[in-house]
Design a binder for this molecule. Structure first.
Ligand SMILES: [Zn+2]
Ligand SMILES: [Zn+2]
Length: 298
């Protein structure tokens, strides 16, 4: 959970996505219960909600940082036009289900030590519709056929690996007038050659020579906004981290808030030096032994 928690429950996290809002995928949120299930509560109307569907989407590093528009081809069940989603063969009329006599239910007496109970279940033959019918040849009576649909998706800035995007109503069609399921888009992110991401913070490394570490220098740093000049102050120690404020990732749901970019400075000590360079370093050593600048100066 950590600092990223709280989406969905937070105050008014809404997106301009024409389809739907976004959910962070950390631990099981309540919506997980609906995955692939018919379980949208008992339904007297015999309507059956469509199953949720899921699809994976891999984004480039910067697409995830700043958001993007994507087209997805989703293979899912949609209403059969041959039978107008009824599942009944054209030109035929349904009759009463012989197994349940049209009630759609099977009632069984169950004896227990506490007494006899009546157990009511859906009629397995007609799935609770109370009807028997000749199935539509196109959909085999399901009322739905598998079709590929192209969906336009707006990915908000700040999505992270493991994020889950919900597109409401773009899952499988329902049956007998039931609500369609939702489409869940699972986000993964390609690596960047230079940048690493930790939530809304970007990390990268820069290597400078020991001379530049002593004297200070200016380097070009790759950021999500493009190359940026960074001043390395004189006397920079190996392992120093320099912070470039607000060059990180926009916060999901609040894109005006941006994280920082941490630049980790590595100091390159040459393994071999030229005769001339060696001479200069030796002179430097001699100079240092004469001046002896200690750590405690007043
Ligand atoms: Zn029946
Ligand atoms: Zn059909």
């Amino acid at each position: 959970m950590g600092g990223m928690g709280g989406f969905g429950g937070g105050p008014g996290v809404e997106f301009t996505n024409p389809f739907d809002l976004f959910e962070q995928f950390f631990g099981g949120s309540a919506a997980m219960g609906g995955m692939g299930g018919f379980g949208r509560g008992p339904s007297r109307s015999r309507a059956q909600a469509g199953e949720d569907d899921k699809v994976e989407l891999q984004l480039d590093f910067l697409e995830a940082v700043f958001g993007c528009a994507k087209e997805l081809d989703v293979d899912r069940l949609t209403g059969c036009d041959e039978c107008d989603t009824t599942g009944v063969r054209k030109g035929t009329t349904p009759t009463t289900c012989p197994q349940c006599q049209g009630t759609g239910q099977m009632v069984q007496a169950v004896r227990t030590p506490l007494g006899t109970f009546q157990q009511v279940s859906l009629c397995p033959r007609c799935e609770g519709t109370g009807q028997a019918f000749q199935p539509c040849p196109k959909c085999q009576g399901d009322g739905r056929v598998r079709e590929t649909k192209r969906i336009s998706l707006k990915v908000p800035p700040g999505v992270d690996a493991g994020s889950r995007l919900r597109v409401r109503g773009e899952g499988n069609s329902g049956r007998r007038g039931g609500e369609p399921g939702d489409l869940y888009v699972y986000i993964s992110i390609k690596d960047h050659p230079e940048l690493r991401r930790d939530g809304i913070t970007i990390h990268s490394d820069v290597e400078i020579s020991y001379v530049d570490a002593i004297l200070g220098t200016q380097v070009k740093v790759t950021t999500v906004d493009g190359p940026v000049e960074l001043k390395i102050p004189a006397g920079t120690q190996p392992g120093t981290t320099l912070l470039m404020a607000k060059r990180g990732v926009p916060r999901l749901g609040a894109p005006n808030v941006r994280g920082d970019h941490m630049v980790h400075v590595r100091v390159r000590i040459p393994k071999a030096v030229s005769a001339e360079e060696r001479k200069l370093v030796e002179e430097l050593k001699e100079l240092q032994s004469k001046t002896k600048v200690g750590p405690f100066r007043f």
